[in-house]
Every structure is written in C-alpha cells, then in structure tokens.
Design a protein. Structure first.
Length: 196
C-alpha cells in the first residue's frame, strides 16, 4: 500500500468487498482490484463516487472514519442547524478526541434526540458503534459487529451529499473523497462550510 494512504486499515480490498453492498456496475469496476487505493481509483474514474465514499468509510480506522463523517456533515450543515443535530456532531467529535465510554454514550443519546434522520445523528451513531458494547451501561458487554461503524459513516456521508441543494451532490462527493484521502494520509481532512 502507498505510504500516502497509510491509515487505511483494510488494505486487502477483496476482504472488504462483502461489506460494501456494491451495485453490479461498481462490482465489475473493482473486479481485480487488490487494494483499497486501487479500488478507490477505479470507482472514482468510473463515476461511482458514493460507492468510493463507502469504501473509505469502511477502510479507515474507526476513529478516523467517525471524524470523516463529522467533517462531511459540517461541510453541508445549514446555518440554522437544529440544536439536537449540532449536539450529536459535537459529541461525536468529542469522542474522536477522547474516546471515552461517556463521550460515546453521549453521542448516541444526542443521535436519538435528533431521531436518526441527519448526517449529524449518524455521526453520533458511528461513534457509539465504535466502542466495546452496545448494551446499556452497567450490563454485560454486547460488542457491536466490526462493520457497523462503516455502515453508520456511510449513511452520514450519503446524507451529507444530498442535504439541501441536491444538485451539489457530485461536487460534494468529490470534496468528501479528497477529505477521506487526506485523513488516510494522516491529515485532518477538514472541509470548510459550504457556501450557501
């Protein structure tokens, strides 16, 4: 794998493929790809931008993947973002910085308050699913399946790409992919708020 994308934790793309639920056209595009960077390049050049984003969501380590979801959500957030959504994203960002069980559970509580309908809510869910247990506090651990963080991050990124002005979807996805690659290379992946 290229040192430029050193943070991808799933370099074996064929092992990642069953989790991605790619449509037939995207599957044929990545046939023969052995690494995540190869698959990303193939999907992007084939116009499968959402599918390329899904690859990044699953290939980044959980902490970086949750951060990426937060960056994509903040990029398209409206100025009048409802407080429950803002709180969910901020709680997910706090979990990225601290990775405590309390921060993770707070992110999920805010996601529930915002009713799971926004990128911010799914960022919070991604943080929660990145921990050791989905069980209520004080009960026996019920570990989340390893792929659930990627599932929640994929949802956050997809929702971010179509929020408000759907005609911006393609341009947004291209920016999101750049951000994801930057994070994979060890950068912050920050995206400035989108012009309204």
């Amino acid at each position: 794998m290229s040192d430029a994308l050193k943070k991808f934790n799933a370099t074996d793309f064929p092992g990642l493929l069953p989790r991605l639920d790619l449509p037939v056209g995207a599957k044929s595009t990545v046939q023969g790809c052995g690494t995540v960077p190869e698959a990303l390049a193939a999907l992007e050049s084939g116009g499968f931008l959402l599918e390329a984003a899904r690859v990044i969501a699953y290939a980044l380590p959980k902490r970086e993947s949750v951060w990426w979801a937060c960056m994509c959500a903040s990029h398209t957030a409206p100025l009048d973002l409802p407080e429950p959504d803002r709180a969910a994203r901020e709680a997910a960002e706090l979990w990225v910085r601290q990775q405590t069980d309390a921060a993770r559970r707070t992110a999920m509580a805010h996601a529930q308050t915002s009713e799971f309908g926004t990128p911010e809510a799914w960022s919070g869910v991604a943080a929660f699913w990145s921990g050791e247990s989905m069980a209520p506090e004080g009960q026996a651990n019920v570990p989340p399946a390893p792929h659930l963080t990627g599932t929640a991050v994929s949802g956050a990124v997809a929702l971010s790409s179509v929020r408000g002005d759907v005609s911006r979807r393609i341009a947004r996805l291209r920016r999101f992919l750049e951000s994801g690659r930057n994070i994979a290379a060890g950068g912050p992946g920050r995206l400035t708020p989108e012009d309204s």
